[in-house]
Design a protein around this ligand. Structure first.
Ligand SMILES: C[S@@+](CC[C@H](N)C(=O)[O-])C[C@H]1O[C@@H](n2cnc3c(N)ncnc32)[C@H](O)[C@@H]1O
Length: 214
């Protein structure tokens, strides 16, 4: 992922945003030390934004697509109320195992339910009336289209879908590869969808907030 923001400004944003919990810091450091694709972590600024959204909207039920080592899941779980629930989809057992080890050390870890399987299968198995208040989409870009269609049913009217990497390192401007084309088609579909209102923000690699109209 190429940085869209000047690194000095990115650091400035980080040092002027909410400080992650010590366990989240440790999870980030562990991931950077052990996974070569650690740049997939959403990091402290996007994490602070997700936590703020969870609190602002009084979210109780979260659906996440793309757990990796659990940074975004733990960030949101820390912001959920005691009886909150977060279901997270991940295809890699190795990263899911790391995430679970950190969740087991957190007082908020019991809120998180990890499903290790292709996310489309997990989503298919969820009841249509699962009524999630917020969904965070951060997995394989080629499937953003099918994920979106399913999330439109699984997220309750008035609920929020947050989609990550929607600027895709700027490649949305001249899409060539399958993932570029998928993100570009996703952005068009969301923008033209009369059932939602949306804003595409230049946060990190692009973050789209999509509210399902009541
Ligand atoms: C960008 S990372 C998620 C980062 C995570 N949200 C965080 O903050 O650390 C994307 C994750 O989606 C997972 N993934 C890719 N394809 C998937 C699929 N078909 N089903 C479920 N998970 C998938 C990858 O294994 C990877 O761990």
């Amino acid at each position: 992922m190429e940085a869209l923001l000047d690194p000095a400004l990115a650091t400035y944003c980080e040092t002027h945003s909410e400080v992650p919990s010590p366990l989240l810091r440790e999870l980030e450091q562990y991931t950077r030390a052990h996974f070569k694709d650690a740049e997939m972590l959403i990091g402290p600024v996007e994490g602070a934004l997700l936590a703020l959204l969870v609190r602002l909207l009084a979210v109780r039920r979260v659906l996440e697509i793309g757990l990796f080592t659990g940074y975004s899941a733990l960030t949101m779980a820390e912001a959920l109320p005691q009886d909150g629930v977060l279901v997270s989809c991940e295809i890699r057992p190795d990263t899911a195992a790391v995430a679970q080890r950190f969740f087991d050390r957190s007082p908020h870890g019991g809120k998180i339910h990890v499903r290790v399987a292709p996310a489309l299968d997990t989503l298919e198995g969820l009841r249509d009336d699962a009524a999630f208040d917020l969904a965070f989409l951060d997995a394989d870009k080629e499937n953003y289209g099918p994920y979106y269609e399913r999330l439109r049913t699984l997220v309750r009217p008035g609920g929020l879908i947050v989609a990550d990497n929607t600027l895709w390192s700027g490649r949305v401007l001249s899409p060539r590869h399958p993932s570029d084309l998928a993100i570009s088609a996703f952005n068009r579909r969301v923008h033209e969808d009369p059932g939602v209102e949306c804003v595409l923000l230049p946060v990190r690699d692009g973050l789209t907030l999509i509210r399902r109209k009541p």
